[in-house]
Design a protein around this ligand. Structure first.
Ligand code: NDP
Length: 284
C-alpha cells in the first residue's frame, strides 16, 4: 500500500484487502474517471465497481492516468444479473477486464444470487468464477447479497469458499444472520451502503457520540464498521466528504459506544435495498 494508514483484512485465500475503499455506485459514467481520480488523490487505493454501474471504463481511465503502481491498487467488480449462465459470465468477465484496462482483477463477485432465476442455479455461476482464479485473471472471488442458505450451498456443492460476502449493513440494518453465516465460513463481510446513503447521519445517538469525539456522524458510523471488522467503501461525489470518510483512523470508539450504535438495529424494517431472496431484476 501507499503511505496510508489503512489497515488490511486477511482473506481466507491468503490475500489481503484494504479495509477502507471507495464505492462508485450511482457515480454517473461520464464523471467516474474524474471522481475516482479525486478519490485516488485523497489516498483511496481500493475501488468497488460493478458491471451494473456501467462505469467500469471510467474507473479504468482513472487507473491508467493515475500512475499508481498496479500492486498498490485493489480493484473489485461484480457480475451483472443478466450474465449468470457460464458462457455469458465468461464473456462478461472478459469485458470487465477490457473496460478496466487490466489483465487481472483483485476481486470479482456474483452481484446477486437471484434464487428465483436460472432455475435457482447460482452454483454453476460460482464454478465459472472459480475458472477465473485458475487462469490467473482474478486473484480472488466472492459473492454479494448471499443469504446464509446460498452461502452454505455454494460451499457445500463446490468446496470453493468466497473470500467475501458483500451485504447491506449499517446501524439501522445489522443483517446479523448473513454476517454470522459469513463468519461461520471464514468469509469476510463487506458492508454496503455503510452510512445507509446518509440515512443514519441524523440519528441522535450517533450525533451525540460524534460530538464527544469531535468527529462527524459519517466518521463515527464508518469507525463503528471498522471496529466490528467489516470492510467498507463509502461513496461520495465530493472531495471534502471523500477526505472526511478517509479520516477515521485517528480515533476509536469505546465498547459502550459500539454497543449503543449496534443497538439502533431495526431488523428487516431497516433494510433499504432489495431482499436477496426475492430480488430478480435483470437490467436491459
Ligand atoms: P453510502 O452509504 O456510501 O452513502 C453514499 C451517500 O451518502 C451519497 O449520497 C453521498 O452523497 C452521501 N455521503 C457520503 N459521504 C458523506 C458524508 N461524509 N456526509 C454526508 N453525506 C455523505 O451508499 P452507497 O449505496 O453508495 O454504498 C457504498 C458502496 O457500496 C457503493 O458505492 C457500492 O460500491 C457498494 N454497494 C453495493 C451494493 C451491492 O448490491 N453489492 C448495493 C449498494 C452499494 P454525495 O455523493 O453527494 O457526497
Amino acid at each position: 500500500m501507499a503511505d496510508t494508514n489503512i489497515p488490511s483484512i486477511a482473506l481466507n485465500d491468503g490475500t489481503a484487502i484494504p479495509q477502507l475503499g471507495f464505492g462508485v455506485y450511482q457515480v454517473p459514467p461520464d464523471q467516474t474517471a474524474e471522481v475516482t481520480t479525486a478519490a485516488f488523490e485523497v489516498g483511496y487505493r481500493h475501488i468497488d465497481t460493478a458491471q451494473m454501474y456501467r462505469n467500469e471504463a471510467g474507473v479504468g481511465e482513472a487507473i491508467r492516468s493515475s500512475g499508481i503502481p498496479r500492486e498498490e491498487l485493489y480493484i473489485t467488480s461484480k457480475l451483472n444479473n443478466g450474465f449468470h449462465r457460464p458462457d455469458d459470465a465468461r464473456r462478461a468477465f472478459d469485458a470487465t477486464l477490457e473496460k478496466l484496462g487490466l489483465d487481472r482483477i483483485d476481486l470479482f463477485l456474483i452481484h446477486w444470487p437471484l434464487p428465483t432465476r436460472y432455475d435457482g442455479d447460482y452454483v454453476s455461476t460460482w464454478r465459472t468464477l472459480a475458472e477465473f482464479v485458475e487462469d490467473g485473471r482474478a486473484t480472488s472471488i466472492g459473492v454479494s447479497n448471499f443469504q446464509p442458505a446460498h452461502l452454505d450451498r455454494i460451499i457445500e456443492e463446490t468446496g470453493v469458499r468466497p473470500v467475501v460476502n458483500q451485504i447491506e449493513v449499517h446501524p439501522y440494518f445489522a443483517n446479523e444472520d448473513a454476517r454470522a453465516a459469513s463468519h461461520r465460513h471464514q468469509v469476510s463481510v463487506e458492508a454496503w451502503s455503510p452510512i445507509a446513503q446518509g440515512g443514519v447521519l441524523g440519528d441522535p445517538v450517533i450525533g451525540q457520540i460524534a460530538e464527544t469525539h469531535g468527529k462527524t456522524p459519517a466518521q463515527v458510523t464508518l469507525r463503528w464498521h471498522i471496529e466490528r471488522g467489516d470492510i467498507v467503501f463509502p461513496k461520495s461525489m465530493h472531495a471534502e466528504r471523500m477526505r472526511e470518510n478517509f479520516e477515521i483512523f485517528d480515533f476509536s470508539l469505546t465498547p459502550d459506544e459500539v454497543a449503543a450504535i449496534s443497538g439502533l438495529d431495526k431488523g428487516e424494517a431497516g433494510r433499504t435495498g432489495p431482499n436477496p431472496d426475492t430480488f430478480d431484476w435483470i437490467p436491459d
